[in-house]
Design a protein around this ligand. Structure first.
Ligand code: SF4
Length: 296
């Protein structure tokens, strides 16, 4: 049985057996959950279906959050991409951004999403994977398998540090999601388990220190847009790893550093809405507006 205490363990075992991290995780999880690999794969297949439908739902023109604070970001980004030749980032990345915004928007309007690993960071993995599926023609089976790699990474981070904004700041939510997505993308592109680990390490390093400061305590501002930065970091980290760029600090040490930073973070920056953007003059005004139904 895999302990999911280090990513090094996953990499060594997968490389020893010349298999992917996803194959190792599927085999191991099926055993520990006492079900067949096929049954577990089919459960993951459903999760990918939910991811795709959350993209569609969140991209609707009239998408609005339950609070009314946000809405329509995915639609606007998608329109911009269509009408501006892909915008600055180019069509593929810009559409991926639109998808991440859509899924995070779907969450803010109480739609059905896959928490990967949390609701606040739910747009990063689908933004990456649905884009490879819809725009790059990747095989659906491979994409679903890569979700086991993402899941294995998430389990290690949860065991070794945290995946909760209330415990570790947003680095633990969007940072973990970016690390999970970076590993999945690397595997999908034919990277080795060790390259998956490098991609994870770089993603975690690049989200290190990110605070959790939801305006009015709602998972909307800045959460929706932070899914975009997580997605961009996932793609760039995967590409760096695939290019042969090594993480200078091993991934498990990056996770430990993330925990140390989270532990040192003020409680005002850990989902309490007591600091950061939540306590800016505008953040306070938005909170009051929701509480009292006024603009003052
Ligand atoms: S800011 Fe906080 S609530 Fe929002 S996504 Fe990040 S961790 Fe979650």
């Amino acid at each position: 049985m895999i302990k999911y205490e280090t990513i090094d363990e996953l990499v060594k075992e997968a490389e020893k057996r010349n298999i992917k991290i996803s194959e190792l995780a599927l085999e191991d999880q099926a055993k520990s959950m006492e079900m067949t690999e096929q049954t577990l794969y089919e459960k993951m297949e459903i999760s990918f279906e939910v991811m795709k439908s959350s993209v569609t739902e969140g991209m609707k023109k009239d998408q609005r959050s339950t609070s009314g604070l946000t809405g329509g970001e995915g639609y606007r980004m998608n329109e911009y991409v269509e009408n501006n030749d892909g915008g600055l980032c180019g069509s593929f990345l810009s559409k991926a951004i639109a998808r991440a915004l859509s899924v995070a928007g779907c969450n803010a309007s109480m739609g059905r999403i896959v928490a990967a690993p949390t609701a606040g960071s739910c747009g990063i993995l689908p933004g990456c994977l649905v884009s490879l599926y819809e725009d790059r023609g990747f095989d659906e089976k491979d994409i679903i398998m890569s979700m086991f790699t993402a899941g294995a990474v998430g389990m290690v981070i949860a065991n070794r540090a945290s995946i909760a904004g209330a415990e570790g700041g947003c680095q633990a939510e969007c940072g973990s999601a970016a690390a999970m997505a970076a590993a999945a993308l690397t595997e999908l592109m034919g990277g080795t388990p060790s390259q998956c680990a490098d991609a994870c390490a770089m993603a975690i390093s690049n989200q290190m220190g990110l605070v959790c400061d939801p305006v009015a305590g709602l998972v909307e501002i800045p959460c929706i847009k932070r899914n975009v930065s997580g997605l961009m970091i996932a793609f760039s980290s995967a590409d760096m790893a695939l290019a042969g760029i090594k993480a200078n600090i091993p991934v498990d040490e990056c996770i430990d550093a993330m925990k140390e930073v989270g532990d040192a973070m003020s409680v005002t920056l850990k989902e309490t809405a007591g600091g950061g953007l939540a306590t800016t003059p505008t953040g306070r005004k938005l909170k009051e507006k929701l509480q009292f139904g006024t603009d003052e």
